[in-house]
Design a protein around this ligand. Sequence first.
Ligand SMILES: NC(=O)c1ccc[n+]([C@@H]2O[C@H](COP(=O)([O-])OP(=O)(O)OC[C@H]3O[C@@H](n4cnc5c(N)ncnc54)[C@H](OP(=O)(O)O)[C@@H]3O)[C@@H](O)[C@H]2O)c1
Length: 173
Amino acid sequence: MQAIVCVDQQWGIGKNNGLLFHLPSDLEYFKRITLGKTIVMGGNTLLSLPKSKPLPGRTNIVLSDLFTRDDCTVCPNLESLFQELKNIPSKDIFIVGGAMFYKTMIDYCDYAFITKVKTICKDATVFFPNLDNMPNWELVEENELIEENGFSFQYTIYKNNNAKVFHIGDEKC
Ligand SMILES: NC(=O)c1ccc[n+]([C@@H]2O[C@H](COP(=O)([O-])OP(=O)(O)OC[C@H]3O[C@@H](n4cnc5c(N)ncnc54)[C@H](OP(=O)(O)O)[C@@H]3O)[C@@H](O)[C@H]2O)c1
């Protein structure tokens, strides 16, 4: 599975349950990569989406024990989430946030699509794990800088050379 995220130079990803930047090209990039796939998120991230609705054109799965919904799959715990994910090809699963959920899932991801914005957002309150400090993770792709809305950013890809396999009971998935 993969993670996809937009970070500042200190791996900040959000504030006040919202994003740090409005970068239309990055939103398009996110859409292009995730359309037709399964996106998986924590409860706060679902609530942070426009009108708190699942994203169209994708299977949305949410980890939360605070609510149930009929417009997407909500798993109340990690075990039921892993049950849900085990039938989906790993290459089609995208972890899309937020901070707590990235932290929970990052060790299971094979790749991370990181949009790096070349600024430090001093008011960021939530962060992505710093992959440069994690020995398993290697930067494998770094694209050219793009300028938009006064920000300079680039698309990068990191690879996990020792991704964990999740277990349900004794079963490896
Ligand atoms: N920059 C980006 O690309 C990006 C992408 C996505 C989100 N974000 C930002 O990230 C922020 C939201 O992140 P967040 O950390 O507050 O929330 P979150 O990770 O979206 O959701 C946290 C909730 O998910 C559930 N959860 C996560 N890990 C769990 C675990 N190990 N076991 C059980 N439940 C677990 C819990 O749900 P319940 O408490 O409901 O049970 C928890 O309260 C927002 O600011 C959002 O804009 C940024």
